[in-house]
Design a protein around this ligand. Sequence first.
Ligand SMILES: [Zn+2]
Length: 292
Amino acid sequence: MTLQTWQIGEAKITKVTEMEQRWPGFAVIPNATPEALLQHEWLLGPFADPKSGRIRLSFHAYCIEVGDEKIVVDTCAGNHKVRPNFEALGGLETDFLDRMTEAGFGPDEVTAVVCTHLHVDHVGWNTNLVGDQWRPTFPRARYLFGAKEWAHWATEPQVYGDVVGDSIRPCIDAGLAELVESDLRLNELVWLEPTPGHTPGHHSVRISSNGHDAVITGDLVHHPVQFHHPDWSSEPDVDKAAAIATRRSFAERYCDDHTIVLGTHFGGPSCGLLKPHDGAWLLDPTGFPDIA
Ligand SMILES: [Zn+2]
């Protein structure tokens, strides 16, 4: 098994993929039709299928190793979840947990779980099914949920099944959850940055060490085409105006010569450097391997 890894100074980041699929872009980003995507040559291959114009959409966790800490950022969809209205994420039976273990992030090894937000495809492996009970998958980890994010979802009607009940509450009931601010510093090298809009308490994850920098987007952007079109909203963005403003300020902040942007749903290389392009930005994956 080949895993994609990034060494950011003293921090090592590993991508563990649950699944990568070709999706019609407009299913996530209404403006992202095949015709529109095929006009952006820089996308074709790494981030979009050059024949069909479909986007490469990935569900993966970024696993960060810093000293004795093993931090998992976002836990994908999970196995055996009941997900009415979202069939692609329901009833899965993947070997994700085996691959996590091979990557050195087995259930007993993980020290922290960060959810960039509490959507269905970011909390799934928080729990797994033991008998007929949902139990925390990582019993030695602290589960860091955004306080503002939890305040939103604790009362919001759920449309994709009982996500709170099967993937969040069991961690709270087990005493493993901590409600945190969106600028929490986990350690010297890793901290959260608020990037609201997609959801009210959404945050991204920054990693910085010895002059090396990376940022994990979460869902402030679903596909790199949104760096060229920051005003192209994602269907599930809760506050579309705030999400657009966040995409713009994010691209301005990280358009430099070295910060690696790690996309939470980007397929293929899943990353790149932001560069100015045609009045906006593009994501340049040159030099990073294309690993689904
Ligand atoms: Zn997502």
